[in-house]
Design a protein around this ligand. Sequence first.
Ligand code: NDP
Length: 278
Amino acid sequence: MTTHLQAKATLHNGVKMPWFGIGVFKVEEGAELVNAVKTALVHGYRSVDTAAIYGNEEGVGEGIRQGLQEAGLKREDIFVTSKVWNADLGYEETLKAFDMSLEKLGLDYLYLIHWPVEGKYIDAWRALETLYRNGRIKAIGVSNFQIHHLKHLMKETDIKPMINQVEYHPRLTQKELQAFCAEQGIQLEAWSPLMQGQLLDHPVLQEIAQKYGKSAAQVILRWDLQNGVITIPKSTKKHRIEENANVFDFELSAEDMKRIDDLNENLRVGPDPDNFDF
Ligand code: NDP
């Protein structure tokens, strides 16, 4: 059970990944980014999620270096995720993209295929397998893969993804995908867990939040953890970075978990993995 901010999930290859991390989508290179990452680490976060397409890997690397120093931590204490962008999918292209990410970040732990581009993700996965076999990366995974993408990938390649990072929040509870991933030992990870801030004034979430003396954001993030889903809320504000991580001192009842599950409308804030054109 996830009892504290540094608690870790064990991936199917035995590597341990924190249940909780900070995301940095749409945060541009610069002081705000470096400070957000540093603040998160100093506050106890041990995992950071970025991607090549975010264009901020250098600042993430810098924020981590500053955070490590300020918090007196070692490189091995931090888990970092990056993702290969669609334009770089392909065996040689993906190997090259990995080197670029590594150079910018200065470190890497988990590497994901960002989107399941038809006709391309199998070759890209073979590149991730090579990186993994050569010990260049601790874990490999995918993002935005539906069940049929996962089945196809597993049929054509050798190593099962350790992670599937997908849009996941009370409006999009992904029950079938989650059950399939659980069956396969693929750990589910939530992106846009707060639905990019659009869910926070929902009356049911507000009511539950009041009952526990918590915020709606904290209730949602706690719901992620109690569902066994890794979560990476984004904030650049110190008070929210702290607020979001303060979810280990209460437990939602089964009834409240169900009330939150029942908010599902299969509604996405991001693109549909079965129908995207980038
Ligand atoms: P989130 O659901 O994490 O929401 C972030 C938004 O909510 C920001 O506007 C933030 O504003 C605001 N916010 C954060 N905490 C609070 C709070 N406690 N109270 C009120 N508002 C709050 O959205 P993201 O899309 O950023 O998703 C999280 C991470 O997931 C990304 O940063 C990225 O790392 C990853 N991701 C991956 C994708 C993929 O395809 N694999 C796609 C999209 C995201 P502020 O910063 O001002 O606090």
